[in-house]
Design a protein around this ligand. Sequence first.
Ligand SMILES: [Zn+2]
Ligand SMILES: [Zn+2]
Length: 287
Amino acid sequence: MNQYLKKYIELQKQFHQTEGTPESVRALYAFKEELEGIEDRQAKEVLVDVYDLLDFKKSAYDLLSEIGDRSDRKTLKRLGVLKEYAGKWGNHYALPKPKTPEEKQKDQERRSQLGLPIFRYHPDPLETGAFEKSEEGVVCDCCGKTTRIYYQGPIFSEKDIDYLCPECIASGEAAENFDGEFQDTYSVDDGVYDPAKLDELIHRTPGYCGWQEAYWRAHCGDYCAYLGHVGVRELRALGVLKEVLDDPMWNDQQKDVIQASVNGGHIQCYLFQCLHCGKHLVWMDID
Ligand SMILES: [Zn+2]
Ligand SMILES: [Zn+2]
């Protein structure tokens, strides 16, 4: 057995035995990055397994198509399975990498380099999928300017709106011009008494798409930051499952449902984090 395969088996075992703790996921990510820099064929073969385990289905398919031996029936079969997943999901459901404070800082710098406005309640709308990129650019229905980053999420308005630029959302102009809201006032947690906070959330914050109507969580007297779609695997990988289950919002039965959630599946969770105490909370719905 080659050294790469040996290390993979060790990491995979750790990942399964611990049900995917942050440490085990981080170790797999470090191994993935190491293998990506190695030109050795055996390393590439193992990299297919690492991609597959972390659910980078498209990367696994692409790499196996490049290096796999198509005269081998097992390889052909695996290519077929990966092709199916890759076609449906791409790399969209890859397990998230648990980030260190330094990596979070880097993300922040990357965002400010893009020149995006700061959204307190939705800090990374590109990562959550609320914003999309367009190489050629699209025209913002509000200001008429061409924008390469545009909003894809919900807006409750009588008007037909195709594209909005981040600036028109942040300034509140889009909400005002179209008499719209990005979040339904009634689908938010109680306990926030400052009307300016609700105003910022519904008029100047990009929303998110749920199976059903999106709901916004609150904690410590303020709305939380929305971090993205998750299932139980992602919650474990981020090390926050226990925290989100410790929430008076959910009864025992609902806690079981959260523990059966799958990102992109029938039971979907949406992750939030309190801006004050750092606690993670979820909202969930069933399609
Ligand atoms: Zn605009
Ligand atoms: Zn809090």
